[in-house]
Ligand binder design. Structure first.
Ligand code: HGY
Ligand code: MN
Ligand code: MN
Length: 416
């Protein structure tokens, strides 16, 4: 049986529900000990997620493709058609991330399409579902690599310079995964054909829990960035070196972490040192190098600049006092994103004005694409607000509410 949109529902009759897809994807890339996900760019787990995406697309008779940057697209209608409505998110994770951050948006997109087919609507615009690669930057340190490349916000040369913790370059990793790193780069023609991009994402905070709503609409994304702090000291014996004779980079790092918390509290911002690498990393050795990564975010650019400058100044002061050399490199940055008001308001109208509009400190591919394409986001309630953790969770009823809201939005934008 062919649907009104001229394509077939999944083989075997009834389209799989949200629950069925969720259960299929759940084991992919989950670490047995932590229960967290390790779906890092261009690894086996990433490949398994990509296979799952392609199977979902082909089971629905959608036109499947990967673009020059390895992002996955599943098209209903002409992939070269104009004014397309695109929805989707990412499938990669932070180290030991939760199940919902990213995958909720991708699974909900397929489920929303299934719902639209059940409703029997006809499409007047091409529709695509996407999986943007390497959104978390867990392996190479830069967030939203797939969408940044496509939007021309990351050059091929800069992408080729990215290295993971084992020294493997992004090109080497892409090649090992069967992708051509020489092909990566901006894709303005593709973006010019998109009339609207809507990303559904689990909320990474408790705003919806506090308002009692299952679904919300995004207003803005805080400016945020990542800075690498390299504290160079002097390796020495932990047992025989007098305290007065030490140039211990761990001490400077510790003072910097405390300064980060202090500066963020003063400014009403956030600052986190969540990743550290120590050389030689021996229990009985004073380190030669401590490398720490700062993630900082604030509601506006001026506040973020103040916090980041304050942390760096405190770090340099401590380094000078302790005979430690410090270098700071900004590795990733996303300016404030104000989602397009017309599209935001259209979503609110479609959803009957019954959903709250809220800002977020979390970055998203939608934030990157908003510079090139009218973009909007839907958030699904996260009762605890916990994210980037195996404890991340959303109730299935709220996830289904998100699917129905996304289906309403896609119907309002692409159908009728
Ligand atoms: O870091 C972020 O805000 C996003 O999860 N990549
Ligand atoms: Mn995330
Ligand atoms: Mn995400």
């Amino acid at each position: 049986m062919t649907g009104p949109d001229g394509t077939r529902p999944p083989a075997g009759g009834q389209p799989p529900s949200f629950h069925t897809m969720w259960a299929e994807l759940a084991p992919v890339g989950r670490h047995p000990a932590s229960g967290g996900y390790r779906r890092h760019a261009w690894t086996g787990a990433d490949a398994d997620c990509r296979t799952w995406f392609q199977e979902q697309a082909e089971a629905r008779g959608l036109t499947y493709e990967t673009d020059r940057n390895g992002n996955q697209w599943a098209w209903l209608g002409d992939p070269l058609g104009e004014d397309a409505v695109v929805t989707g998110s990412h499938l990669d994770s932070v180290p030991d991330g939760g199940a919902f951050d990213g995958p909720l948006g991708v699974v909900s997109s397929f489920a929303a399409l299934d719902e639209l087919r059940r409703r029997g609507v006809g499409f007047r615009r091409p529709l695509a579902i996407t999986n943007f690669g390497d959104e978390e930057g867990a392996r190479f340190g830069l967030a939203c690599v797939g969408s940044r490349l496509t939007a021309g916000q990351l050059t091929k040369e800069a992408a080729h310079r990215l290295r993971d913790g084992d020294g493997v370059s992004l090109p080497q990793a892409m090649e090992a995964a069967g992708y051509d790193p020489e092909a990566i780069g901006p894709d303005p023609e593709r973006l010019a054909r998109i009339g609207a991009f809507v990303e559904l994402h689990v909320e990474q905070g408790r705003a919806l829990d506090l308002t009692g709503d299952a679904v919300g609409i995004a207003s803005a994304i805080w400016p945020h960035g990542r800075w690498r702090y390299d504290f160079h000291g002097e390796a020495n014996h932990a047992g025989t070196t007098r305290l007065a004779d030490r140039r211990d980079p761990m001490l400077t790092y510790a003072e910097t972490v405390l300064a980060a918390r202090r500066e963020a509290e003063l400014a009403g911002a956030v600052a986190t040192f969540g990743k550290i690498a120590v050389e030689p990393n021996g229990v009985n050795a004073i380190p030669s190098l401590v490398r720490g990564w700062l993630d900082s975010r604030a509601a506006d650019q001026a506040t973020l600049d103040t916090v980041v400058a304050g942390i760096e100044a405190a770090a340099h002061e401590a380094a000078a006092r302790q005979g430690v050399d410090l270098t700071v490199v900004r590795e990733s940055f996303t300016p404030v994103v104000e989602f397009e008001h017309a599209l935001r308001d259209e979503l609110a109208k479609i959803l009957g004005g019954r959903v709250p509009v809220l800002g977020t400190g979390a970055g998203h591919d939608a934030g990157i694409l908003s510079a090139s394409v009218p973009t909007a986001m839907l958030f699904v309630r996260n009762p605890t607000g916990v994210s980037h953790s195996p404890a991340e969770h959303a109730a299935e009823d709220d996830c289904v509410a998100g699917v129905l809201a996304l289906a309403d939005v896609l119907e309002g934008l692409a159908c009728g």
